[in-house]
Design a protein around this ligand. Structure first.
Ligand code: SAM
Length: 231
């Protein structure tokens, strides 16, 4: 126990995926109490901190710097500091940096406390309003852009359980057209701009959703895509 205290603490904190109200009291408390915050983009976290009247030192830890920054964070934990880790949105480590840092800390400091401060994730938010049977599902995050993409699409088309993906606005139409090629009768749910003003859920065959999106002036926002090939 004493050793745990001496080695500091790493709090992995979920932050809002749009609506700044979506952070837990415990999340805010830990952001306030931490000696230092590591964030994927310091500007994004600064907006959240300002909203809640918190002034803190924020350092950058993104996918490119995660491994390099691990040594620095391990040194802080060894010195007894409380370190908070956040990503741009939602839960760190879910299609976001975090896992490599946590693994490095576990290896270097097996006794150090690493705590989860749970909260929003686009994944669980989308699932909760999809209406799809999510007793079992596969989460694939972002599909590979090139190598392995066709294989992944075929797997999705043959999947027994729903498959959940993340997708960016400039690739969503391409994805829907690819899904139409491999699984034209799939039931697809897209959850767009969750917790934001333009939150929207569309359900239909891949081509139907593509047509609906194409009617809009511009395809904007962030998307979670749920594909039920066997519906
Ligand atoms: N760690 C995050 C989480 O727990 O949800 C995910 C980060 S990942 C880099 C970003 C992707 O998550 C976006 O491209 C989109 O697919 C999804 N996403 C994030 N915020 C969203 C929102 N408000 N509505 C819909 N999808 C969202």
């Amino acid at each position: 126990m004493e050793q745990e205290m001496a080695q500091g603490k790493l709090s992995v904190i979920a932050t809002p995926i749009g609506n700044l109200g979506d952070i837990t009291f415990r999340g805010l408390w830990n952001l306030k109490e931490a000696n230092v915050i590591y964030a994927e983009d310091t500007r994004v976290i600064s907006k959240l901190l300002t909203h809640y009247g918190l002034r803190k030192s924020v350092f950058r830890l993104d996918a490119a710097t995660e491994t390099k920054k691990a040594a620095e964070i391990i040194a802080r934990l060894e010195a007894g500091e409380h370190v908070a880790l956040v990503s741009d949105a939602g839960t760190p480590g879910i299609s976001d940096p975090g896992a490599r840092l946590v693994a490095a800390v576990r290896e270097a400091l097996p006794e150090a406390k690493i705590e989860a401060i749970p909260g929003p994730s686009a994944l669980t938010a989308a699932l909760s309003i999809s209406g799809a049977n999510m007793e079992q599902f596969t989460f694939l995050g972002f599909l590979p852009h090139k190598k392995g993409r066709q294989t992944a699409l075929k797997k999705i088309a043959g999947a027994e359980y729903p498959v959940v993906l993340y997708e960016s606005p400039h690739r969503i139409l391409k994805l829907l057209k690819e899904l139409n090629a491999v699984a034209p009768h799939a039931r697809v749910t897209i959850a767009r701009e969750l917790t934001k003003i333009h939150e929207e859920v569309l359900v239909g065959a891949p081509l139907e959703i593509a047509e609906t999106l194409e009617k809009k002036k511009a395809v904007r926002g962030e998307f979670v895509v749920i594909i039920e090939a066997k519906n």
